[in-house]
Design a binder for this molecule. Structure first.
Ligand SMILES: Cc1cc2nc3c(=O)[nH]c(=O)nc-3n(C[C@H](O)[C@H](O)[C@H](O)COP(=O)(O)OP(=O)(O)OC[C@H]3O[C@@H](n4cnc5c(N)ncnc54)[C@H](O)[C@@H]3O)c2cc1C
Length: 198
């Protein structure tokens, strides 16, 4: 396997940690590469976290207002109903627009965005594997791990994508569940609970 390019900095992960560091490093004059295994940059935050959850919260707030409060203001709407498909399509568009902006931001600042799964090899070497492509080796004087986190299963409640779901699944449900129990009362549980409250 041939050694290809030498970077001052290779960043693994293009979430808020990775892409902000990449842009700053490039602006400071470092030859910077950012490796991302997901199809779109932006990490959890832009793809399956902050941004889609806020887009859904926005929609659910309008729905709630239309259903319960507009009448108080003398605004008559008739029967209000929810078209979840449109809600999800809007959320997907918000995500697509913003992740595209992150891609442009990286490229506009001269960061090389590399698609593929990175793993550490010898000192200063990062191997990148992408489906259908030969693995490549990048050389870096510095390597920054910005690989983020992912939902953790509770041992006796493995995710099945249907009855036991994680926050990522909850952002793309095909219908609003009639009953929903949320394990975890942090901001994710609270936010998604507000969105999905029937
Ligand atoms: C539903 C939800 C709502 C949230 N709302 C908020 C909010 O309102 N405000 C807030 O501040 N935070 C929020 N968060 C948290 C926020 O999303 C995270 O704190 C943030 O995404 C962490 O950024 P990061 O760059 O560290 O990691 P991540 O965003 O997880 O990015 C890591 C990236 O590394 C990539 N990666 C991992 N391993 C490899 C590898 N081997 N090779 C290549 N790429 C790799 C991943 O694909 C990913 O794109 C929310 C999270 C969720 C789930």
């Amino acid at each position: 396997m041939a050694v290809k390019t030498v970077y001052d900095l290779i960043i693994i992960g293009s979430g808020p940690g990775g892409y902000v560091a990449a842009v700053k490093a490039a602006q400071l004059g470092l030859k910077t590469a950012c490796v991302e295994k997901s199809p779109r940059p932006g990490g959890v935050c832009l793809n399956v976290g902050c941004i889609p959850s806020k887009a859904l919260l926005d929609s659910s707030e309008y729905y709630h207002l239309a259903k319960t409060h507009l009448g108080d203001h003398g605004i008559k709407t008739g029967k209000v109903s929810l078209d979840l498909k449109t809600v999800m399509a809007r959320k997907d568009k918000v995500v697509a627009d913003l992740t595209n902006n992150v891609k442009k931001l990286l490229e506009g600042n001269g960061v090389t965005l590399i698609k593929g799964k990175a793993s550490l090899k010898d000192k200063g070497q990062v191997q990148v594997t992408a489906r259908g492509k030969k693995a490549t080796i990048l050389e870096g004087r510095n390597i920054l791990l910005a690989t983020g986190s992912q939902p953790v299963e509770i041992p006796d409640l493995p995710f099945d994508g249907e009855h036991i779901i994680d926050s990522t699944d909850a952002l793309s449900l095909p219908s609003v569940p009639k009953h929903l129990g949320i394990v975890g009362g942090g901001y994710k549980g609270n936010e998604l609970g507000c969105v999905l409250r029937p």
